[in-house]
Write a protein that binds this ligand. Structure first.
Ligand code: ATP
Length: 218
């Protein structure tokens, strides 16, 4: 199982590109898991319902991708470690990989019970444009925790339930949700950065037009 957590505020072509790459490289479907109430950042610009609806539209024609609503169905804050502990109660031995961008991977030491995450999942890390060398070398204390965990391919991940770290090594896509929201608020071109049905929903609901709301994210 591959879990891809994020705010997806909104989902964009960069998210979809790394999800597809992970599916193709590891041969396992990618479950895109929107956070209900992100603990590591300000509240999202769109409701959890809108974000989940955009995700559902985005994956509708993607054979290897689906939406995983488990964090939306729980009350309280979406700490990744709580989500994964709940998953492990049902699936103790299943290999599970968590897909994330290099920026999120580097922020792991700020996450709740972050060292425990390595006992719960593998990590598949996607490089982001402009961050070519951020993983070389890793900063402490992440470097010490990751030492000895690097895996070259999906076979190493399939051989254990958790504990390895792999680079995705996918083509880079220079898009972020922050840049997308500010383009929408500023009336600059943005529709090429999301799938057409997602663009249609953003337009119909008038999402992210409020510059004041968007500015608080920058
Ligand atoms: P924001 O700009 O608001 O931080 P984001 O575009 O990073 O948003 P998130 O929902 O926070 O979107 O991202 C979910 C995950 O996807 C994170 O781990 C992030 O690092 C990763 N990610 C997002 N965009 C890209 C991209 N273009 N390339 C690789 N990884 C990405």
């Amino acid at each position: 199982m591959i879990l891809y957590g994020g705010t997806f505020d909104p989902v964009h072509n960069g998210h979809l590109a790394i999800a597809r790459a992970a599916w193709q490289r590891l041969g396992s479907p990618v479950r895109m898991m929107p956070a209900a109430d992100p603990p590591h950042r300000p509240p999202p610009g769109a409701s959890a319902q809108d974000r989940a609806e955009m995700l559902a539209l985005a994956v509708a024609d993607e054979p290897g991708l689906c939406v995983d609503r488990r964090e939306l169905e729980r009350t309280g804050r979406s700490y990744t470690v709580d989500t994964l502990r709940a998953l492990r109660a049902d699936e103790p031995d299943l290999p599970v990989a968590m897909l994330l961008g290099a920026d999120s991977f580097l922020s792991l030491p700020g996450w709740k019970d972050w060292r425990d995450l390595f006992g719960l999942v593998h990590f598949v890390v996607a490089q982001r444009p402009g961050e070519d060398s951020v993983l070389d070398p890793l900063p402490e204390p992440l470097a010490a925790e990751v030492c000895g965990r690097w895996a070259e391919d999906g076979a190493a991940l399939a051989a254990a339930p958790a504990g390895r770290v792999m680079r995705l090594g996918q083509p880079l896509h220079d898009v972020s949700a922050t840049a997308l929201r500010s383009r929408i608020a500023a009336g600059r071109p943005w529709q090429h950065l999301v799938p057409a049905p997602v663009a249609a929903l953003i337009r119909t609901r008038g999402l992210y037009r409020d510059a004041a709301n968007t500015a608080s994210w920058l």
